[in-house]
Design a protein around this ligand. Structure first.
Ligand SMILES: *[C@@H]1O[C@H](CO)[C@@H](O)[C@H](O)[C@H]1NC(C)=O
Ligand SMILES: *[C@@H]1O[C@H](CO)[C@@H](O)[C@H](O)[C@H]1NC(C)=O
Ligand SMILES: *[C@@H]1O[C@H](CO)[C@@H](O)[C@H](O)[C@H]1NC(C)=O
Length: 412
């Protein structure tokens, strides 16, 4: 009874506060609060079980059929594919190569405190503060425009406008049906919370205009998005050049997850140390030739799920460009450069154990075979800030070292 009383009293109080805010011209405040609450409810689905990660995250184990993907109107009647009909050739050879001895296996930090039951998927719970750090509720979980590396144009106006800087390797001029890479994992230092540093692959379709299609996966440090400096596994997709569609991880409906062990947006553990142990993750994204969906695999064991083909225009057919590498945001004004690091924060010349790398970069060709890419190009806007150097050998196949410290005597 008492609880009910105080409940209804609270409701009255809330109503009063709302009226007061409205009268004081504070409508935006109360409206924003309601909007945030509604968005949290949309994102955080009822959990079968919740696991508290040592890094402060809460991982909700959500029944697979209740995941955010099914809020999408086109997915109401979608029959979930529990596994791909096809794996590109050569996929499971990786663990047997000599190079995997040099670097060690990696997992996610929250595994220390539990696992999700079969039939559920792990989702990183979004907190009120996560949304409040975004420029608006609508922008939460989304990239700003024009953050894609554009190797050929390298238009300085565009570069300065967006503040995004890259050091990448890429291939173009063919039809691609997937890409793979083994990516060295680090925890780069971020100068300001509104900057980020990431290492990823891009599967791109269309032109760098209004309707670019992109599927992206890798690791990132992004204080604004996650509220800390941890290195996290992430994905991204868009079908209109980062305008109205797409998002990070499961922060909008689109990606259908089938895996109960890996949470998108969760911390990767451990990370590599300068002169210390090196850790890397493998990521493969490929198009199922039968269903047309784009699948993602993490490591050799975890098929995470897929982006349904209907989300895309160009990528509904194939990709026209693949990119691998690093990106940071430079938010310093007036020609100053941020000291936000890319990769390990060291230049490629320093090599293994010091500089960050991508190894065994591969593409999936028209016959659905994984192959070393031919004619790999490299691109960076300011090599004195962040650089990239590629190479080839028997052990690492096609590889490159990349990254840098940002601000330094040659990058003021
Ligand atoms: C889903 O199925 C129901 C019942 O068969 C049908 O009425 C509805 O139009 C379908 N929705 C979509 C988006 O296909
Ligand atoms: C993240 O790192 C920056 C320095 O790079 C530090 O100022 C900030 O306090 C750190 N943030 C958190 C949440 O640890
Ligand atoms: C872009 O910024 C760099 C340094 O940050 C500066 O040297 C250059 O003049 C700028 N370019 C344009 C076109 O504004």
């Amino acid at each position: 009874m008492a609880a009910q009383d105080s409940g209804s009293r609270r409701a009255v109080m809330v109503a009063l506060v709302l009226v007061m805010l409205t009268c004081a011209g504070g409508m935006p405040v109360s409206r924003q609060r309601l909007e945030v609450q509604k968005h949290l409810k949309r994102l955080n689905k009822p959990a079968v079980k919740s696991i508290k990660s040592p890094d402060g995250d809460i991982i909700d184990c959500v029944h697979a059929s209740h995941q955010p993907a099914f809020d999408h109107p086109f997915l109401k009647n979608h029959t979930v594919q529990l596994r791909p009909t096809f794996h590109p050739e050569g996929l499971f050879d990786e663990s047997k190569t000599a190079s995997s001895k040099e670097s060690k296996a990696i997992t996610q930090l929250w595994h220390l405190n539990g696992r999700c039951p079969e039939g559920t998927i792990p989702i990183r719970r979004t907190k009120r503060d996560d949304i409040l750090r975004a420029s608006s509720v609508k922008r939460y979980g989304r990239k700003k425009h024009r953050s894609f590396p554009q190797p050929r144009s390298a238009d300085p106006d565009l570069i300065n406008e967006s503040g995004h800087q890259h050091a990448i390797a890429y291939v173009e001029g063919d039809k691609y049906y997937g890409a793979k890479a083994t990516i060295n994992v680090w925890q780069p230092r971020i100068q300001q919370p509104n900057e980020f540093s990431l290492s990823q692959l891009w599967i791109l379709g269309g032109s760098f205009g209004e309707d670019l299609n992109s599927i992206e996966a890798g690791w990132q440090v992004s204080p604004d998005l996650y509220g800390d400096n941890n290195t996290r596994l992430f994905t991204y997709w868009t079908s209109d050049a980062y305008q109205a569609t797409g998002c990070y991880n499961l922060l909008c409906s689109g990606f259908i997850q089938v895996n109960s062990e890996i949470a998108m947006g969760a911390s990767i553990f451990p990370v590599s140390g300068y002169h210390g142990s090196q850790y890397d993750i493998s990521i493969l994204v490929w198009k199922d030739p039968k269903e047309g969906h784009w699948w993602m695999q993490f490591g050799n064991d975890y098929v995470l799920g897929y982006w349904p083909s209907f989300l895309f225009s160009y990528l509904a057919d194939s990709a026209s460009m693949i990119e691998w590498g690093g990106e940071v945001v430079n938010s310093e004004p007036d020609g100053e450069h941020t000291s936000t690091q890319m990769g390990s924060g060291h230049f490629p010349e320093e090599g293994f154990g010091k500089a960050s790398y991508f190894r065994n970069i591969q593409i999936v060709d028209g016959s659905n075979n994984l192959k070393a890419p031919k004619g790999v190009g490299t691109f960076t806007e300011q090599s004195n800030c962040y650089d990239v150097q590629n190479g080839n050998n028997g052990d690492w196949g096609s590889f490159f070292y990349f990254g840098g410290p940002g601000k330094n005597s040659k990058c003021p």
